[in-house]
Design a binder for this molecule. Structure first.
Ligand code: THG
Length: 268
């Protein structure tokens, strides 16, 4: 599993407070802890007003790459902001995200085609977020084909099949997994990612639902997640699921993560 650490996000109240106070120590701590817990990319989302987004992102990115070598996942719905951030990032990371709306692919793909940047592709278009797996699949196809036109290798794409909320879409997990299976069957090289918490919006004890979602989505072929890698219960579940899906030869990753204290009882 390719873990994208979610915690440097201005829509999280504690992170927003640190951003407002320009608290370097706090942000550096989030970067370091997530990297130590195995995040392969660190999502950076300003979560502020559009006017402040550029300044905030620049500040966050410079801090994160000064603290750790983990590549950055630039999280903005505005392709212009993403393009402005790229020159200030030391090494290629991820763009989060494109979709088939508002000519985002057309704007971003020419600039990253000849680079090593990975691209998160949301399965939505100008008609909104689909719940039907066939529609998720066909939006994924459109974006994958647009990427191919620019010579972007399929393994640079991370399709986010946009999980719906069980509160409003009872079959949210079923639809998500159906779309993931079909996408993986058609384009095995394409990665699949997703946030883990959208599924449980409005429910009590969200973590139980989020963990169960992670397990079922991994079974369907999801091989990446935007998540909190410092969440020990979630991480234990992730490593256990890899073992049970025979994705962890000789349980090496599970045993090493346990030995490193990433999950299980805290050693004093
Ligand atoms: N897809 C893509 N990008 C995304 C999302 C997605 N970016 C933003 C978001 N969704 C993923 N990031 C977060 C960040 C924080 C939280 C949820 C999603 C969050 N955090 C709480 C906190 O840290 O206090 C709770 C954490 C917890 O209990 O585990 O809610 O879907 N492409």
């Amino acid at each position: 599993m390719i873990i994208i650490g979610e915690k440097i996000n201005g829509s999280i109240p504690s992170t927003a407070k640190a951003i407002a106070a320009r608290d370097e120590t706090y942000i550096r701590g989030l970067a370091r802890r997530q990297a130590e817990c195995g995040a392969e990319y660190l999502d950076v989302n300003a979560g502020t007003t559009p006017e402040q987004e550029r300044d905030t992102l620049r500040w966050l990115i410079s801090l994160v790459q000064d603290e750790v070598d983990t590549p950055i996942c630039i999280d903005s719905s505005n392709p212009e902001v993403i393009l402005e951030m790229i020159p200030g990032v030391k090494k290629p990371g991820m763009i989060n995200s494109v979709s088939d709306e508002a000519r985002k692919c057309e704007r971003l793909f020419p600039h990253v085609a000849k680079s090593e940047w990975k691209i998160i592709a949301l399965t939505c278009d100008d008609n909104g977020i689909p719940t039907d797996p066939d529609v998720k699949y066909s939006v994924a196809r459109t974006i994958i084909e647009k990427a191919a036109v620019h010579g972007i290798a399929r393994d640079r794409l991370f399709v986010d099949a946009l999980v719906n909320t069980i509160g409003t879409t009872p079959e949210a997990q079923i639809s998500f997994s159906a779309a993931v299976r079909e996408i993986k069957r058609t384009w095995p090289e394409v990665h699949i990612t997703s946030g883990l918490s959208n599924i449980s919006f409005g429910m009590p004890f969200r973590k139980a639902i989020n963990m169960s979602f992670l397990t079922l989505a991994m079974r369907a072929g999801m091989d990446s997640a935007i998540m909190d890698p410092t969440d020990r219960d979630m991480l234990g579940m992730l490593y256990a699921t890899q073992v049970l899906l025979a994705q962890d030869e000789d349980c090496v990753d599970y045993l090493m993560a346990y030995r490193d204290g990433l999950f299980g009882a805290k050693k004093s």
